[in-house]
Design a protein around this ligand. Structure first.
Ligand SMILES: [Zn+2]
Length: 337
């Protein structure tokens, strides 16, 4: 009888042990399943279909993700991805002047119809308007560098289609580059000094012919051209006030200081002009109105007119083979007003 009781108790203990083992096992399985389901959902939330970390859309705008099926990219996802492709094509990715992103992309408008997206980089801010019917990243839309609209930056682009905003813009700080009459913005002035020094060292001295021109000065210069040659000719040779690169404080007309050619008319055939065209980029300058680009720039060839854009952009313009700043920044041609 005792043996039978002992055997029954032992059986009960075994059953209890099995039940405990089963319960522990079940808890482990539940926890594992919960982790498998929850962790990718949490981690995956900020990735979506965006191509780069940081360019993702806000978590709240993602459809609730399941671990097995990837969510369909929304119009906003595509818009966010669009920039990566367009930017890589045009500005050579992080190797270009923009450098690395300093924050995520953000878009205005609705989820289905994002109207404007921006993203900040070390070297500037990109603004793009995605194509409404885009179904793949990089399809359609427009992209530009925000600084090209801002006259207070080194990247402002002024031409016959793009007046300064405001038209009466004047730089905050101007410093002398050749006596008190010729001034430029500090960054452009120090770059010009470095370029002149190098040119002199190469035996090709340069001088400043005309640097910053205020709105009022440009107005009288232009009126002078109109009075002397008529409006059509004036528009080929001089900018209307508010449309001149000289008004930015970043442009300067340079001439040969050696004494063999002191005028614009002969500058193009000097060694100085060839040196400036070849080496200007090293100091952050580009020859703004090159030969054969009148249809884009709206100006005849001006070998003497150089524009400061900074060393990185000037190097990029050269590396990409862009002939004009309009081409480089993807802006429309501006042959006429
Ligand atoms: Zn000029």
């Amino acid at each position: 009888m005792r043996r039978a009781e002992a055997a029954a108790r032992a059986k009960q203990r075994r059953r209890a042990r099995r039940r405990r083992t089963f319960l522990v096992g079940a808890v482990v399985v539940v926890v594992v399943v919960a982790l498998v389901v929850a962790v990718p959902a949490l981690l995956g939330r900020d990735h979506g279909s965006a191509p780069e970390a940081g360019s993702s859309v806000p978590a709240a705008s993602q459809p609730s993700a399941t671990p097995t099926t990837a969510p369909e990219p929304t119009a906003r996802d595509l818009a966010t991805a669009t920039i990566t492709t367009a930017w890589t094509d045009r500005w050579r990715g992080s190797a270009g002047f923009l450098g690395t992103a300093s924050g995520p992309a953000s878009c205005t408008g609705s989820e289905d119809d994002p109207t404007r997206c921006t993203r900040k980089y070390a070297g500037g801010t990109l603004v793009w308007r995605p194509a409404k019917d885009a179904t793949t990243p990089g399809q359609g839309g427009t992209v530009s560098v925000a600084q090209t609209d801002d006259p207070s930056t080194d990247l402002v682009i002024v031409n016959k289609k793009r007046p300064l905003d405001p038209k009466t813009f004047a730089p905050k700080t101007l410093v002398e580059v050749a006596g008190p009459a010729e001034v430029m913005r500090p960054e452009a002035a120090s770059a010009l000094r470095a370029m002149f020094k190098a040119a002199s060292k190469a035996g090709l001295p340069l001088l400043v012919h005309s640097a910053y021109r205020a709105h009022d000065v440009q107005a009288s210069t232009y009126e002078g051209w109109v009075a002397a040659h008529g409006k059509e000719q004036a528009d080929n040779e001089s900018a209307r006030p508010g449309y001149s690169e000289h008004q930015t404080g970043l442009a300067v007309d340079v001439l040969d200081a050696s004494g063999s050619c002191g005028a614009m008319s002969c500058f193009g055939s000097t060694k100085q002009a060839a040196w400036v065209a070849k080496n200007g980029w090293r100091y952050g300058f580009v020859v703004r109105y090159p030969k054969g680009e009148e249809k884009t720039t709206g100006y005849m060839y001006e070998p003497w007119h150089v524009r400061y854009v900074g060393k990185k952009v000037a190097a990029d313009v050269r590396a990409t083979g862009a002939k004009t700043l309009e081409d480089f920044f993807g802006l429309p041609a501006a042959r006429t007003y």
